[in-house]
Design a binder for this molecule. Structure first.
Ligand SMILES: C[S@@+](CC[C@H](N)C(=O)[O-])C[C@H]1O[C@@H](n2cnc3c(N)ncnc32)[C@H](O)[C@@H]1O
Length: 336
């Protein structure tokens, strides 16, 4: 983006924006938390309603330029923090009282389209994949992880059936040369999946997904983000998550179900709290983009929106939920 760009010129398609606006009703005013600022699509739309305030977060340094634009336009109603949303509780003051906390997970089109960020197997770029505030890059993951660790990651974060074969090839290659670029990695994967032209999706998709999730600790971010948001919301407040793949959506669905189901109480809650639900869910099925949005923005095709309304219950016992997903949380212990 160049320095003279105006807010109107910021071309970006926020996913399922109409649905988000109708769920949170910003026309009544209030404070809203945009946990994944990106190109600022949600924040900007909320701020267009006069009595609103937005607190936005993003781990990516490059979005600060868009946040600065919004900050200049709405100096008293907008605040931006370059932070991971797992740290939400550290950022928000106890008296913030947000009406809704929104997560729009994954990557922005600015991140995907920038070959230098190394997220896309369709563009040659350095094996980077860091969203921001990371411990290591994809280059370090691919070149330094033990074979068994790499296989485990491709299996659980990419659901890649050929994980063993792919890692065997990676290991042969990396013993001779470090793997530096996205196209080197995707060529290695294609050499394993020889008849790849028959595949509906590119054979590199699952491996790239797994490495990206690992580098950015995306699933533990989601788990800790949901827990933090639940603590910050009060009766009638709304938690919304837009997710883009099944691993994320399963966590969100599970989180809402476990903490909202009083008819079929969670086995994760102590007996005396089984009936005290934290959320009311209004739709069991996720919302998806309409035809019009799919035509305008093909990248919205895998989006799933789930939301729930906080009850007045304050007893929250997230330890068992964390235990259920410890196979993801344990990946944070791997140091490179
Ligand atoms: C899909 S984009 C959001 C687009 C945004 N809703 C809009 O309308 O422009 C996701 C953004 O979330 C950020 N992000 C992803 N995980 C994050 C995390 N754990 N903490 C903070 N930001 C995160 C990414 O850097 C990216 O900019």
């Amino acid at each position: 983006m160049n320095a003279t760009m105006s807010l109107e010129q910021l071309r970006h398609y926020p996913v399922m924006l109409n649905q988000i606006i109708s769920i949170i009703s910003p026309q009544h005013g209030g404070t809203f938390i945009d946990c994944t600022f990106g190109g600022g699509g949600y924040s900007k739309a909320i701020l267009s309603f006069p009595k609103t305030k937005v607190i936005a977060l993003d781990r990516d340094e490059s979005v600060k330029q868009y946040a600065d634009l919004l900050g200049k336009t709405f100096p008293n109603r907008f605040n931006f923090f370059r932070e991971k949303f797992s740290n939400l509780e550290k950022i928000l003051k106890p008296d913030t009282n947000p009406k809704a906390i929104i997560f729009d997970l994954g990557l922005s089109s600015f991140q995907i389209d920038n070959a230098k960020r190394g997220f896309s197997f369709k563009k040659k770029g350095p094996l980077n994949m860091k969203m921001g505030i990371n411990k290591f890059s994809a280059y370090e993951a691919i070149n330094k992880l033990e074979n068994n660790q790499l296989i485990h990651i491709l299996k659980i974060l990419g659901e890649e059936r050929d994980a063993k074969k792919i890692v065997k090839k990676i290991d042969i290659y990396r013993k001779k040369n470090f793997i530096n670029f996205t196209d080197e990695l995707s060529d290695i994967i294609r050499s394993v999946k020889k008849n790849y032209k028959k595949f509906k999706i590119d054979p590199a998709t699952k491996t790239f997904q797994a490495i990206r999730i690992f580098v950015n600790q995306e699933l533990s971010e989601l788990i800790f983000g949901l827990i933090a948001a639940t603590k910050l919301l009060k009766k009638g407040d709304i938690l919304i998550v837009v997710s883009f793949h099944s691993l994320e959506d399963k966590i969100v669905k599970d989180f809402f179900n476990i903490h909202s189901n009083s008819k079929n109480p969670s086995r994760y809650l102590p007996i005396q709290n089984k009936k005290n639900k934290l959320f009311d869910i209004y739709s069991k099925k996720p919302m998806i983009p309409d035809k019009d949005e799919l035509t305008k923005n093909i990248r919205s095709r895998s989006a799933k929106l789930r939301y729930a309304i906080r009850t007045s219950e304050n007893f929250f016992y997230p330890e068992e939920f964390k235990k259920k997903y410890s196979h993801y949380l344990n990946l944070n212990e791997i140091n490179l």
